[in-house]
Design a protein around this ligand. Structure first.
Ligand SMILES: NC(=O)c1ccc[n+]([C@@H]2O[C@H](COP(=O)([O-])OP(=O)(O)OC[C@H]3O[C@@H](n4cnc5c(N)ncnc54)[C@H](OP(=O)(O)O)[C@@H]3O)[C@@H](O)[C@H]2O)c1
Length: 329
């Protein structure tokens, strides 16, 4: 692989010219000159997968410079919280499709996680299910010990803080005044506002969505440090952005995700040697997203994985969405 070399874009009859070549830990980056930033596979690349992720946009739109990141054939270890359903389960399923991924899937009730358990036999020892309740400090420390015993001298390349809850009830003096169309009743759980929120629910949301990820990252840091990719992903939401106007809805959840975003910022400031990002998976059809969400969970998770594996150290401290777009806080 060298500068000036042409790579064919799979199935398109087009090619891309390599402008520069750099090597990072476990990854080879090839910079090419493009006007758009699609995601595609390169047919004559030396490795199994090659993408041009939008997260790697460096310069202006007129003379955009993109890096093509190719995953090389080395094993990657993923640790995912809330892996028994929704996005966490789909992440686990998609990651196991590559024989290079080892997944430590954490959930609070492994005995009841039947869909997750069903994936174990076909995983050839690459799926390990661990008990972890993100609100239970002892279970976090125990999960760290269990992960260490499984991994030996290996580390965790990608720590995915995925588990979260939404605010479950609208309370307060104005709650009974809310007039909600029956079609939207199923979303009632998300509708706490600044003046109807239940403080106990808000506290629980903060404990699960912010304190849990903060403590998990502290406890698991030695395992992340020991890995090659050293990446921590805080699964956040656009609802936690100040520059996006979502009005009064989902107040406790939005405040918690804004807090999680600040955690990402603080983590990156303290440890610039590790990649920390916030990532919004998009509005997806899960128990949390509801069936009215525009995208199937498999679509969003595919984008989430591409975005994560395409990260470089320069992306640390940023907030991305599932298409790889760098979002303003
Ligand atoms: N779906 C969307 O549209 C959407 C949009 C933006 C952001 N997100 C974010 O994406 C992530 C995953 O969401 P999702 O849609 O997959 O949600 P989901 O379908 O409601 O699943 C939530 C997962 O979190 C786990 N969890 C909750 N509390 C936990 C605790 N105390 N300890 C351990 N696990 C716990 C759940 O486990 P149990 O089964 O044991 O309850 C479940 O596995 C969340 O961070 C969410 O905020 C989702």
């Amino acid at each position: 692989m060298s500068t000036g070399q042409s790579l064919n874009v799979e199935g398109s009859g087009q090619s891309r010219t390599i402008r520069s070549v750099t090597t990072q830990s476990g990854y080879l980056s090839y910079a090419a000159q493009e006007e758009r930033c699609p995601t595609y596979r390169l047919a004559n690349a030396p490795t199994s997968v090659a993408y041009i992720p939008t997260v790697l946009l460096r310069h202006s739109q007129l003379s955009a410079r993109y890096a093509i990141v190719m995953s090389v054939n080395v094993e990657r270890v993923w640790f995912i919280t809330g892996a028994n359903r929704g996005i966490g389960l789909e992440l686990t399923k998609q990651l196991l499709q590559s024989p290079l991924n080892v997944v430590l899937a954490a959930c609070r009730n492994p005995g009841q996680a039947t869909t997750l358990q069903d994936l174990v036999p076909a995983s050839n020892g690459r799926l390990h299910i661990l008990h972890l309740d993100v609100t239970d400090r002892q279970s976090i420390r125990d999960a760290h010990d269990a992960a260490t015993a499984i991994l030996g001298d290996k580390g965790i390349d990608y720590l995915i803080n995925n588990a979260a809850i939404v605010s479950t009830h609208a309370h307060g003096p104005h709650a009974s005044l809310l007039i909600i169309p029956s079609a939207l009743l199923k979303n009632l759980r998300e509708w706490d506002s600044a003046f109807t929120l239940d403080p106990d629910v808000m506290q629980q949301v903060f404990e699960t969505n912010v304190v849990g990820p903060a403590y998990i990252t502290q406890v698991f840091l030695p395992l992340v440090e020991r890995s090659e990719r050293k990446t921590v992903v805080n699964v956040s939401s656009e609802l936690g952005r100040f520059t996006a106007d979502y009005g009064t809805r989902s107040t406790s959840y939005s405040i918690a995700k804004a807090g999680l975003n600040m955690l990402t910022y603080k983590q990156e400031k303290e440890r610039p040697d590790i990649i920390f990002i916030s990532l919004c998976p998009g509005w997806l059809k899960t128990d949390m997203g509801g069936q009215e969400a525009p995208n199937d969970v498999s679509v969003g998770v595919e984008g989430v994985i591409k975005t994560i594996v395409g990260l470089t150290p320069a992306d640390s401290g940023k907030f991305f969405n599932w298409t790889g777009q760098d979002l303003p806080w």
